[in-house]
Design a protein around this ligand. Structure first.
Ligand code: HEM
Length: 316
């Protein structure tokens, strides 16, 4: 069962060590079962298999990958469909399937906060780097919902977010996220943020959720300090409390605006203008994901249907 779910990819300590050795010479593999708090990189969450779901380990697969190089290693991605012809360009597929205009029907139940709370949840447990010729993909983050999105996925990363000696997380003016380096979603010269995840400014609503978590941490710290706790205790304990209670302030707009109902369409803002800085240089998020699926050896739609116990589709 284990092999089936993982496609032989993980949990495989040997494979992990081989892939990661150049980047990660020192790795804590001896666990102390009496540790009171979890580790930042999630090593030792499972005492028998300390690397399971730790940051920078292989992502699990439900189905084995589909590449076309002789040993299915990932050096050559698929270019043909399962029935032979060349795959369509991802942009053509996106134009045909994902192009839906700008005014979708609204949910009557869920607000926009649900959408971006969902986004922050996935940014807590996944970050897939782009690696060339890799059979299996790496998860840079811990696969646990442990608020690493706020606290970081490595000890160094976490220390970079803490305020020395207070138990608080760093913040900038007006209790906003601290200043950070530019990245894919924040250009040099702009006001950039830093958080446990490197995508806090992908959209402003996401930044709001990040900010709520940061503020809640610091609120809990202040309450614990009022009870006489010291820095180390305050920090680790408030991580735990925060995980339990969550944020209580989210921007008014997100809580009062109903979200779009689920459909297959992507708004032109992200289907044509993702990361656009000047007219014409935007990305298509749909094409990006379709291409990524191919590069990562994600098997065909019908293999997934069969995996889910459905009959193969004969027409699309
Ligand atoms: C609304 C604005 C959003 C924008 C502009 C956005 C943008 C992006 C971008 C640029 C990527 C990276 C693509 C790449 O690495 O090539 C990404 C990945 C991803 N997004 Fe979003 N996203 C948005 C909302 C959401 C929401 C609401 C969710 C979930 C509820 C979500 C889930 C994901 C996931 C799971 C990934 C893959 C992460 C990984 O494996 O590294 N996104 N998004």
């Amino acid at each position: 069962m284990l092999n089936y779910r993982s496609g032989g990819a993980t949990p495989d300590t040997m494979e992990f060590s081989r892939q990661m050795a150049p980047y990660c010479a020192v790795r804590r593999l001896v666990c102390n079962p009496n540790d009171r708090y979890r580790t930042t990189d999630s090593c030792c969450n499972n005492l028998n298999n300390p690397l399971w779901r730790a940051s920078i380990t292989n992502q699990a697969r439900f189905l084995s990958p589909t590449y076309v190089d002789p040993y299915n290693t990932g050096s050559i991605p698929r270019i043909r469909s399962v029935i032979g012809p060349l795959l369509s360009s991802p942009r053509d597929v996106s134009n045909a399937v994902l192009n839906g205009g700008v005014s979708p029907p609204r949910s009557r139940i869920f607000s926009v906060s649900l959408t971006h709370f969902g986004q922050v949840v996935d940014h807590d447990f996944i970050s897939t780097p782009i690696l060339k010729e890799s059979r299996n993909q790496i998860n840079q983050w811990t696969s646990f919902l442990d608020l690493s999105v706020t606290y970081g996925n490595t000890l160094d990363g976490q220390n970079d977010l803490r305020e020395l000696g207070t138990g608080r997380l760093q913040e900038s003016i007006n209790k906003l996220l601290p200043n950070g380096p530019p990245g894919s979603e924040c250009l040099a010269g702009e006001e950039c943020f830093k958080s446990g995840d490197n995508r806090p400014a992908e959209v402003p609503m996401l930044t709001v959720v990040h900010t709520a978590f940061l503020r809640e941490h610091n609120n809990i710290v202040e309450r614990l300090r009022a009870l006489g706790w010291n820095d180390g205790e305050v920090f680790t304990r408030s991580i735990r409390d925060f995980t339990t209670f969550g944020p209580d302030t989210i921007a008014r707009w997100m809580t009062t605006q109903f979200k779009s109902r689920s459909d297959r369409f992507l708004t032109p803002a992200i289907r044509n203008r993702l990361f656009q800085t000047i007219p014409g240089n935007g990305f298509d998020f749909g094409s990006l994901n379709i291409q990524r699926g191919i590069d990562h050896g994600i098997p065909s739609y019908n293999r997934w249907r069969q995996f889910c116990g459905l009959q193969p589709a004969l027409h699309f």
